[in-house]
Design a binder for this molecule. Structure first.
Ligand code: GLC
Length: 419
């Protein structure tokens, strides 16, 4: 896909899945607990997901209204979910291939996450590398580690992903830190390969940056390796994202559904469907995308709570997706009762809060052709309340008989067609 399509699609699924689903304490478990290789090795032998069903995954995503999905082909533990010729530190099945096929079959665009960090490869810096599980082990001095060997290994793996799996829509590299960025990864070579083998694919910004520091994508003239979109992590930028000369740039907020990316058995702290719908609307109202994560368990299943949340999001999306896809920031200021999104001459009013009386929309009456409730296309009549005469720039509407209830308590969307 190209970046314009990406910005129309707005809503995607992230999937973090790998050996770390077995300890089930998140994908950073090896680093957080400073586990040595031998302590992590049993998971390698135990990884036999008997319930892996990517078609089912794709259906969950599709029903939720997600237009694209990104799977961790390799995370920081270095374990590959794809069939690579470079290592035996890989799954016995080519889960990447099965994921790609299943999602494409459901009409969902596909992307792969690839970790630049690698805690398994012997030539990746160990001692004193701020993230490496062996960072505090003096015996792991890096003297005999040859980083160029790691680079060759990494570039070969990336080439495999770019050439063995048909058309990819997104490559999601993760991440740069300290000196470990851009030229250290030989990012020029990576991006050259990516553009060459996959001319219709977009790339995130993390060959140069991370979830906070976006890299040169913020410059007036971004470098070749800047990426096509930025990736704010676990936050929604307060005013969307503009570069250093004030031009809006494509961005995608990546969010967990509970508190972890990788499966965490004890983490039941899920965000509600209501909050996530509001957050998706918030992203679109600020010109951004949202990619929402699911961490399947070691058997290959989406956690039950994730499925429930996805289903609820899907119910709302079913009726209201027109206010998300192809929509962006609206020139009107954020209203007190919710948010606006816009597509051409249609403004979508997302009513998130109840009001005591008619709802003021910051558009003069004579600019409006018609107002409909999006979910059922029912007419919303413009009101002329006696007490609103002194607000000629506003149009007042009532969305329900009682005046203080929203027909859809999550988000009642009004479709306002301008003349
Ligand atoms: C991070 C983390 C990580 C996660 C990712 C998603 O940088 O290291 O585990 O994959 O961001 O945005």
């Amino acid at each position: 896909m190209n970046i314009t399509q990406f910005q129309k699609d707005r809503f995607g699924l992230f999937i973090h899945w790998g050996l770390y689903a077995i300890p089930a304490r998140g994908e950073w478990v090896r680093s957080n607990e400073e586990m040595e290789e031998e302590a992590y090795l049993p998971y390698f032998y135990d990884f036999q997901p008997d319930s892996f069903n990517p078609t089912q995954w794709a259906k969950y995503a599709k029903n939720a209204g997600m237009k694209y999905a990104v799977l961790t082909a390799k995370h920081h533990d270095g374990f590959c979910l794809f069939d690579t010729a470079t290592t035996t530190w890989k799954a016995k099945r080519d889960y990447v291939r099965e994921f790609l096929e299943a999602f494409r079959n459901e009409g969902i665009q596909v992307g792969l996450y690839y970790s630049l960090l690698d805690w398994h490869h012997p030539d990746y810096p160990h001692y004193k590398d701020m993230h490496h599980p062996m960072r505090n082990h003096e015996e792991c001095k890096n003297d005999d580690r040859d980083f160029s060997r790691y680079l060759t290994y990494m570039h070969t793996q990336i080439k495999e992903l770019l050439t063995n799996y048909g058309k990819l829509d997104i490559m999601w590299f993760d991440f740069s830190y300290g000196n470990m960025k851009k030229d250290v990864w030989d990012a020029e070579k990576i991006v050259s390969m990516a553009r060459h083998y996959q001319p219709n694919m977009i790339i995130d910004n993390r060959l140069e940056g991370d979830g906070i520091w976006p890299g040169t994508i913020m410059d007036e003239n971004p470098s070749f390796t800047a990426g096509d979109f930025t990736s704010p992590e676990q936050m929604i930028p307060p005013y969307g994202i503009v570069n250093k000369v004030g031009k809006p740039i494509p961005w995608e907020a990546c969010l967990t559904m509970n508190e972890h990316w990788g499966y965490c058995a004890k983490d039941t702290n899920y965000k509600s469907a209501r909050l996530l719908i509001h957050t998706l609307v918030e992203c679109v109202s600020k010109g951004g995308n949202m990619i929402l994560n699911v961490g399947p368990d070691a058997r290959g299943r989406f956690p039950k709570q994730s499925i429930i949340v996805l289903e609820k999001i899907g119910e709302w999306m079913q009726e209201n997706h027109a206010s998300i896809y192809g929509c962006s920031k609206c020139d009107l200021e954020k209203p007190e009762w919710g948010r606006y999104t816009q597509k051409g001459n249609i403004i979508y009013a997302h009513i998130l809060d109840e009001s005591i009386f008619d709802i003021p929309i910051h558009i003069a009456k004579d600019r409006i052709l018609k107002i409909r409730r999006l979910s059922d296309n029912s007419e919303i009549k413009i009101q002329t309340p006696w007490n609103a005469e002194s607000y000629p720039d506003y149009t007042f509407v009532s969305i329900d008989a009682q005046h203080h209830q929203c027909p859809d308590p999550i988000d009642t969307v009004l479709e306002i067609t301008l003349k």
